[in-house]
Design a protein around this ligand. Structure first.
Ligand SMILES: [Zn+2]
Length: 374
């Protein structure tokens, strides 16, 4: 069986559409991966996540290592069985979330020691341990362990951090390969760093390609630099990476971020935005985002988006969703999350079709005209 095979079926400008074949299923690209932080895409049953068109979801190493613990998940048959998701899962390395969530961090060449944000217990995370955890979880796409510095730091800090991440990338490769049985049926992605700097990004891309990975992520963006700076970096970062391997922009983003990144040659995304903002009452539509808690929706019998094909829009009114949100009902979070994730999948499907038919520029222009019309 195919371990990992990326085929590009069509190109339009820098944009590409294709498929990744893996043992647990096919991933259509450009792909958006719903985030299943703690072995659940919050407020969604796995069968619904699949039914709206998601081919792959993301799990968080940091959260799962702390609770319920990677060894426990392994004893229970792995993450897929544990959470009832039989398709591909990508796990992050834990590096980014250690930096953003944990307390009392100490970063050395060896790795990171930190205190859990849940109970203060002490933990170590190294490239080797991150690979072991992702193996115990049974991840299909394993991410190299890296450090993600804040974007507002000086070039020397970004460079030192990037060079350490590249040394960690080599240790990640060796750690991944040492788990032979798991390595034979899963894939390993490296992560490009270097902030907003073209030279540092180029050095990082070169070092990653010397090591060799199945796919390449663009890390260190969407950390507060703003869309303009992110797009300026994406004007060069994706094309520094191998053309024939998937490129994954981590932690992005808003619908207009996704369109702009696909336009610049990105193939994969993940972000908590559609699910998190859904729980908070924000719905994404082809006409831009809306807040369902707004009083103007209180007696609106129409759907969230009349062009959305999801089951929520086919069944429930803005008025009802407004009521559920105002009343703090759990169903409100469930339905809003489902619509948002379905909308994201429809956006990706629309981009894939437009690339395949050679009309991506037109698709992007029409998307922006409607999305920013108000
Ligand atoms: Zn909908």
């Amino acid at each position: 069986m195919t371990r990992f095979q990326f085929n590009i079926h069509a190109r339009d400008g820098k944009a590409r559409t294709g498929t990744i074949q893996m043992q647990r299923g096919e991933i259509r690209t450009p792909a958006f991966m719903p985030v299943g932080t703690a072995a659940t895409v919050k407020a969604m049953k796995p069968e619904t996540v699949r039914s709206i068109g998601a081919d792959i979801i993301l799990g968080n190493t940091y959260h799962l290592m702390l609770r319920p613990g990677a060894e426990r998940v392994a004893r229970l048959g792995g993450l897929h069985k544990f959470m009832n998701w039989d398709r591909p899962i990508l796990t992050d390395s834990g590096g980014y979330q250690v930096m953003s969530l944990s307390e009392l961090r100490k970063i050395t060449e060896e790795g990171v020691t930190f205190a859990s944000h849940i109970d203060g217990s002490r933990h170590n995370l190294t490239p080797e341990r991150s690979m072991e955890i992702q193996r115990l979880l049974g991840s299909d796409i394993v991410m190299a362990f890296d450090e993600c510095p804040r974007a507002d730091q000086g070039k020397d800090v970004i460079e030192r951090s990037m060079l350490m991440s590249m040394r960690w990338a080599r240790r990640s490769r060796e750690g991944f390969d040492s788990g032979e049985e798991h390595a034979a049926r899963s894939a390993l992605f490296g992560i490009q760093q270097g902030g907003l700097n073209e030279d540092l990004r180029s050095i990082s891309a070169g070092k990653l390609q010397e090591i060799g990975f199945d796919g390449y992520a663009i890390g260190g963006l969407a950390v507060g630099e703003g869309q303009e700076a992110m797009f300026a970096t994406l004007d060069f970062a994706p094309t520094q990476l191998p053309d024939d391997k998937p490129r994954y922009l981590m932690g992005v983003g808003k619908p207009d971020d996704l369109v702009g990144a696909v336009e610049r040659g990105v193939d994969m995304f993940d972000c908590v935005l559609p699910s998190r903002s859904g729980r908070n009452g924000q719905a994404f539509t082809w006409s831009g985002p809306l807040n369902i808690r707004n009083a103007k929706h209180a007696e609106d019998t129409g759907p969230i988006d009349e062009h959305c094909t999801c089951s929520v829009c086919a069944t429930y009114s803005r008025a009802y969703l407004h009521h559920l949100q105002k009343a703090g009902e759990i169903l409100g979070a469930m339905l809003m999350t489902e619509h948002n994730l379905a909308f994201y999948q429809q956006l990706m499907a629309g981009m894939r079709a437009a690339i395949a038919e050679g009309r991506f520029a037109d698709f992007a222009a029409r998307f922006r005209a409607r999305y920013f019309a108000r």
